[in-house]
Design a protein around this ligand. Sequence first.
Ligand SMILES: Cc1cc2nc3c(=O)[nH]c(=O)nc-3n(C[C@H](O)[C@H](O)[C@H](O)COP(=O)(O)OP(=O)(O)OC[C@H]3O[C@@H](n4cnc5c(N)ncnc54)[C@H](O)[C@@H]3O)c2cc1C
Length: 406
Amino acid sequence: MGKQQKIAIIGGGAAGFFAAISAKQHWPNAQVSILEKSNKFLAKVKISGGGRCNVTHDCPDIKELSNAYPRGNTQLRKAFHQFAATDTFEWFESRGVALKVYPDGCVFPVANDSQVIIDCFMNTCKQLGIILKTQQYISKLEVSSTAVTIHNNEAIQTYDHVVICAGGQPKRSGLDWLAALGLEIIEPLPSLFTFNMPKNPISELMGTVVPNATVKIEGTKLSGQGPLLITHWGMSGPAVLLLSAWGARLLAEKNYQFAILVNWLDQKKEDDLRQDLTHTINAHGAKKLSNWNPTPLTNRLWNHLLVRAEISADQRWAEVGKKAINKLVNTLLNDRFEVQGKTTFKEEFVTAGGVALSEIDFQTMKSKKHPNLSFAGEVLDIDGITGGYNFQAAWTTGFIAGKHVF
Ligand SMILES: Cc1cc2nc3c(=O)[nH]c(=O)nc-3n(C[C@H](O)[C@H](O)[C@H](O)COP(=O)(O)OP(=O)(O)OC[C@H]3O[C@@H](n4cnc5c(N)ncnc54)[C@H](O)[C@@H]3O)c2cc1C
């Protein structure tokens, strides 16, 4: 009988557990160990989705699914042919975790508790005989053509194959041990953040939700569409988070000082709005602007926008002049705000940057330079928008990495 192959998975998060389980299922004779630096496995899974864990997004179409990744979309499009959102659904349901699709496409456990995902992973590892070790801080790897030596706390151990699932690192220095292997590192940056507008009176309307708005970054082609939430600090909601993900690198270059243009009326065009306002003047000319709001916006926001447009709310519609209508049109469709700083979105914080995707063969998730090393999850320069896409990337890359270790 030949020597038992030894596989180490560095990092006991979402990608690490998926990689370990996939490795053991595809290579049942190998010894598989998860080495986690902290004293807890799956810490992010636990707090994810507000403690409910948004495991994936209901998106059977691979092209559409891959479009949710500002970084990694081309590579993931290939990878999803091996394991996509529908596979995630089957994977969990076949292990007794019932899942529910919500109207916005987000998928959560029916139990509404991330603990069921953790229990599923822990039980599966137990059944398969995967070795789980905490407080294993890996600070250095040495790679030869036949083995990988891990410097783990004070100890040194040798494995036949190592899968690196160490997650996103907020600072480049957290990736120095990987850069030391000659791997190209893309500067880590936050993705998914909200826009700060200190002292802007709009924050008086905190809690206001505009169900459909379009937000553009001035001077760029970047735009985000969807619900917009006014917060104590500025603006948040899906329209803003989309922009923060797609603009992560550009906005970091601008040191998070930039201007946005808000169309409060979704994608309404100027001609259509002018027609609506003409109709309002003709049909409701005797009514005051404060009492007759021709938009779907809340009356509080409508009145705030009248102030921003410097139009008296006590005027009657019939008295509103051409100049005021122009100002109102501009405020409703092209409202300019200065953004000064960001706040990381606590519900789902992810890191753009990490190990460069050009280093990886996405058929196997192996390093092109070191074929006895593979990578999965957020340690790579991959990130998705909110809605379960970040876990999907971790499951997909973890599954492939485990399947192709040898
Ligand atoms: C609050 C919050 C909520 C989120 N909610 C969602 C959600 O609902 N849906 C979604 O799709 N995404 C969500 N995300 C994003 C998602 O959690 C991550 O994209 C995902 O966890 C990445 O998985 P990973 O295994 O690559 O990294 P991680 O989950 O970060 O795991 C990496 C592990 O590696 C360990 N490690 C790091 N370095 C070393 C080392 N040198 N040696 C040994 N171990 C090491 C870490 O301690 C960690 O346990 C959320 C993120 C946050 C912060």
